[in-house]
Design a protein around this ligand. Structure first.
Ligand SMILES: O=P(O)(O)OC[C@H]1O[C@](O)(CO)[C@@H](O)[C@@H]1O
Length: 465
């Protein structure tokens, strides 16, 4: 038997907590509520209801992904156009599974260089386009809805540039569309121009789509082991599918602890991995957690953190600021690379001798343990999540666990973890402001509400010379 993942949760329940002591018994008492939420999630999946399709993603990989990935590997540059769930998962996988600075080493590896066009930023878009050789560049356009203004604007820019340089037919050959197969302009566009298409399954939402073609295609192109990624996720899915005691199921415990602290006004979660390769995991988790749970006045605010850096930026706040956060520290037990900190002969450096000959990984681990201990001493709740190594297999298991725990937390909070009505309204206001027809009511609303922004103003003026 090998360990897939460990969740240490005693320090999230312990009697050290300064306010609203939670106890192990309280956790056990939540078992009926958690089991109900779990049953609801599974029944939604069986009925293939909106939003639940991600549960089955580890069990099916579209065969076209490998073919398209092989073709994309012959390119020098790949530009993906997408935002939110159509971008963050890709960046998380690349960050975790590829060597640092891989983009600079490409294409000598051999693999293409990769660019993500997510924000609406002309300077960034032009910089990307100026760097690539259009004849050997592919566009991957990702939008589940095919309506997101940012993605559509970026797509229109790169598509036009591509057409201008290589001609329409060739541009279409160099463009792959990943979208909902049943609706949206991108699906129509792909048919009109004959572009290759991969589906975002209709019942998979953007933030849960990293194990679909959305995340898998670029990862496969860049050499990540997507089969192992799915296998790890499958192992976690199988584990969570079996009945367990409250104490034996990490998704149940994670969700229950989040809930216990949420009702005690600890409605923030600091997500803190400790290696640079997992910094994007914090970004991805922030969307997953924030967009899934922030509804109806409820929710828990995700705080993206990275150890050891945030020890020197945020830890003061975490230990002595408001007691309104749950902490999740993520540890990778064994890393391939290590550095033995060199001895230095300079007298001026003698006080650093405690570091000489020590492992750099050991230093970082000691810091992580010290941070956890300081938090515990300060009466703060700490979850410690641990994977044996950072590779595709364990990452797949971790991703699946985080998705599962998020969805369960949503059901316990009695909200729908699969929609995002608050974001949709913002999208509609943007359409209205950009003059899209059919959004006249929203245009009136945005005109009314935006007046509030300027109802009181300070202007700082300086004299012109
Ligand atoms: O893939 P799409 O439909 O372009 O959406 C991008 C993102 O926009 C949202 O709908 C809202 O931010 C996310 O849920 C989604 O991941």
């Amino acid at each position: 038997m090998k360990s897939l993942l460990k969740l240490h949760y005693g320090a999230a329940l312990g009697e050290h907590l300064t306010s609203g002591v939670t106890t192990f018994q309280e956790l056990l008492n939540l078992a009926p509520l958690i089991k109900k939420a779990d049953a609801l999630l599974k029944s939604r999946s069986e009925l293939e209801l909106e939003g639940s399709g991600w549960l089955l993603l580890p069990h099916k990989k579209d065969k076209k992904i490998n073919d398209l990935a092989a073709w994309l590997s012959s390119m020098t540059d790949v530009i993906q156009i997408g935002i939110g769930g159509s971008a963050l998962g890709n960046m998380m996988l690349h960050n975790a599974l590829l060597p640092p600075y891989w983009n600079e080493m490409s294409p000598t590896l051999p693999r293409p260089r990769f660019y993500m066009a997510d924000n609406v930023d002309p300077q960034e878009n032009r910089a990307i386009w100026d760097r690539v050789d259009p004849r050997h560049t592919a566009l991957i356009v990702v939008s589940k809805s095919g309506t997101t203004a940012e993605t559509m604007a970026n797509f229109l820019f790169f598509w036009e540039e591509m057409k201008q340089t290589v001609g329409t037919e060739q541009a279409a050959r160099q463009t792959i569309i990943i979208t909902d197969p049943e609706k949206g302009v991108l699906s129509e566009f792909a048919k009109e121009r004959g572009c290759a298409v991969l589906p975002v399954p209709p019942n998979v939402g953007g933030r849960y789509s990293v194990l679909s073609p959305v995340g898998l295609l670029s990862a496969a192109v860049l050499g990540a082991d997507t089969d192992s990624l799915l296998e790890g996720a499958r192992k976690m899915a199988d584990f969570l599918a079996d009945e367990h005691d409250m104490e034996g199921n990490p998704a149940w415990v994670f969700a229950a602890i989040s809930w216990l602290h949420f009702i005690r006004k600890r409605n923030m979660i600091v997500f803190m991995p400790y290696i640079d390769s997992l910094s994007m995991l914090s970004e991805w988790f922030a969307q997953l957690w924030g967009e899934s749970l922030g509804k109806e006045g409820k929710g828990s605010t995700p705080i993206k953190a990275l150890g050891t850096i945030d020890q020197h930026s945020q830890l003061q706040l975490y230990t002595e600021g408001p007691d309104d956060k749950l902490f999740l520290l993520l540890h990778v037990s064994s890393l391939k690379e290590d550095i033995v900190i060199p001895h230095a002969e300079e007298k001026s450096l003698a006080s650093l001798s405690y570091l000489f000959g020590q492992s750099m990984n050991m230093l970082r681990y000691s810091e992580q343990l010290s941070t956890a201990s300081s938090l515990v001493k300060a009466g703060r709740p700490v979850l410690w999540l641990e994977i044996p190594e950072l590779n595709a297999f364990y990452l797949g298991a971790l991703i699946y666990l985080l998705e599962y725990a998020t969805a369960l937390t949503g059901f316990i909070m009695d909200i729908n973890p699969f929609d995002q009505p608050g974001v949709e309204l913002g999208k509609e206001y943007t359409f209205a402001l950009m003059g899209r027809s059919g959004f006249e009511v929203q245009a009136q609303e945005v005109a009314r509400f935006s007046k509030n922004l300027s109802s009181r103003t300070i202007t700082v003026s300086i004299e012109e010379k």
